[in-house]
Design a protein around this ligand. Structure first.
Ligand code: CMC
Length: 429
């Protein structure tokens, strides 16, 4: 079927500069911006472009991984509502779903878990690499570097067109992320590295590598283990966000997945993205007491700073992940005791949801508003929050990386610009 035949309609455009009209096919609710290029003032004209800083209204790909309806607060992975997945599946099952399109059968799940478990160790030289960081290095900085450094250990990863090679690197990355994360934490704390325990679950093993002290066998608290698993599921994918788009863009140059994912981690590090949960905690500590909240909110409204953990580019009604996380928080606090910061967070949420500024700007708590408080209650230091986000987002990044590579319509990503600098000028003699 030709594109014209598949089109659900056409967009009629008349260029007032020339008086000429054009019919642009509309497919899947979009026009191809390349179709604009035929709109020219004269034969020498480059043709019309779309200008869209921050890609607010530009689809960069077709994807069948994650569906979001921001107005209705819907998030689905491969068609399954996030509420069902978070309630009834575990993180590795969800990773399998994101990567292959289907939830694993019991046999597939057994094999998948075995494969991941088999790759949790990292090369001792990566350990030495982590050792080289200063004691107060931010764990996200260590993660960005260590993930990038993995590419030097697996040179075969360059063969991005080979499905078996791709699969091996995907397994390695999902398996090694918690190990690198926990080792980065241990390094910062000056603690010995606790090696992976193959008998534990994915999240149970992460808690083991974080917290094991002198005991021969670490036994994770089942409620905290499950809570962490749910948090990872909620972070596992979020379609074309900043870090995933980075992963796709770097991957489009056919860089190996470690280099691409190192870039994705770097994008996630920013305070407007994965760094936000860290900033939420800092904000709650700055506010200090419930009594200081009105003044703090006033300063946000005056534009002095943003209310961290509020607002989202896509969700303009509610963030379904935030609602699920709130429930997880209650379960975690039953084990750990209630954090006084939660009272501040709840009061900020209550005031903001009634305040005209936040209502009119469609600003609601996002996933990061509560995740930080939960991590803190679990004893995880603030600097580690974006690292946990990165562990959760890993299967999503990899699913998008592979989808981009296999998409026959994709090429190396290369946006256009509107040049607004000086016209040609010459050096003075
Ligand atoms: N506090 C106060 N005002 C805000 C906030 C906020 N958190 N977020 C947006 N606004 C205002 C902003 O000042 C602007 O107002 P006006 O139109 O009067 O100038 C308006 O709302 C629209 O803001 P925007 O920056 O154009 O919106 P955006 O879609 O580009 O930004 C965002 C989305 C998430 C970056 C932004 O809401 C933000 O900075 N939030 C705080 C950081 C945060 O919590 N990030 C985590 C996002 S969820 C996790 C993830 O996916 O990474």
């Amino acid at each position: 079927m030709t594109e014209e035949a598949a089109a659900e309609g056409t967009l009629s455009v008349t260029d007032s500069r020339t008086g000429r009209s054009y019919q642009l096919p509309i497919i899947d609710g979009a026009i191809r911006t390349l179709d604009l290029r035929q709109i020219k003032v004269d034969a020498d004209d480059f043709g019309l472009m779309g200008y869209d800083p921050a890609f607010q209204n530009t689809a960069s790909c077709r994807s069948d991984i994650t569906y979001i309806d921001g107005d209705k607060g819907i998030l689905r992975y491969r068609g399954y509502p996030i509420e069902e997945l978070a309630g009834r599946r575990n993180f590795l099952e969800v990773s399998h779903l994101l990567l292959t399109g289907e939830l694993p059968s019991p046999e597939e799940q057994r094999d998948w878990v075995a494969e991941i478990t088999n790759h949790t160790f990292i090369h001792e030289s990566i350990k030495k690499f982590i050792d080289g960081f200063h004691h107060d290095a931010h764990p996200m900085g260590m993660l960005v570097s260590a993930v990038g450094a993995l590419s030097t250990f697996y040179p075969e990863a360059k063969q991005v067109q080979d499905p078996e090679v791709r699969h091996r690197q995907i397994v390695r990355l999902i398996a090694k992320m918690p190990t690198i994360a926990a080792f980065a934490y241990r390094h910062a704390m000056g603690l010995y590295y606790a090696y992976p325990d193959d008998e534990l679950s994915y999240t149970g093993n992460f808690l083991n590598m974080m917290w094991r002290a002198t005991e021969l066998k670490y036994r994770p608290d089942p409620i905290l283990e499950r809570a962490l698993d749910v948090l990872l599921i909620l972070h596992a994918d979020h379609e074309q966000n900043c870090s995933t788009s980075t992963m796709r863009l770097v991957g489009s140059s056919q860089a190996d997945p470690y280099s691409s994912m190192s870039a994705a981690c770097a994008a996630l590090y920013g305070p407007l993205h994965g760094g936000a949960n860290e900033q939420v905690l800092r904000m709650l500590r700055t506010v200090g007491t419930v009594g200081n909240i009105p003044d703090y909110i006033q300063r946000v409204k005056q534009g002095e700073f943003r209310l961290m953990g509020f607002g989202h580019r896509v969700y303009k009604n509610f963030d379904p992940r935030a609602q699920l996380i709130k429930k997880v928080a209650e379960q975690v606090f039953e084990v750990t005791g209630r954090s006084p910061l939660l009272d501040i967070a709840l009061e900020i949420e209550r005031i903001a949801l009634e305040d005209d500024y936040f209502v009119s700007h469609k600003l609601y708590p996002n996933v990061d508003f509560y995740s930080g408080i939960i991590y803190l209650a679990m004893g995880i230091p603030v600097e580690m929050f974006p690292v946990l986000f990165a562990i959760g987002r890993t299967p999503g990044w990899l699913a998008h990386w592979e989808e981009g590579l296999l998409d026959p319509e994709q090429k190396i990503g290369r946006p256009r610009q509107l040049y607004v600098g000086p016209a040609q000028r010459h050096l003075e003699s």
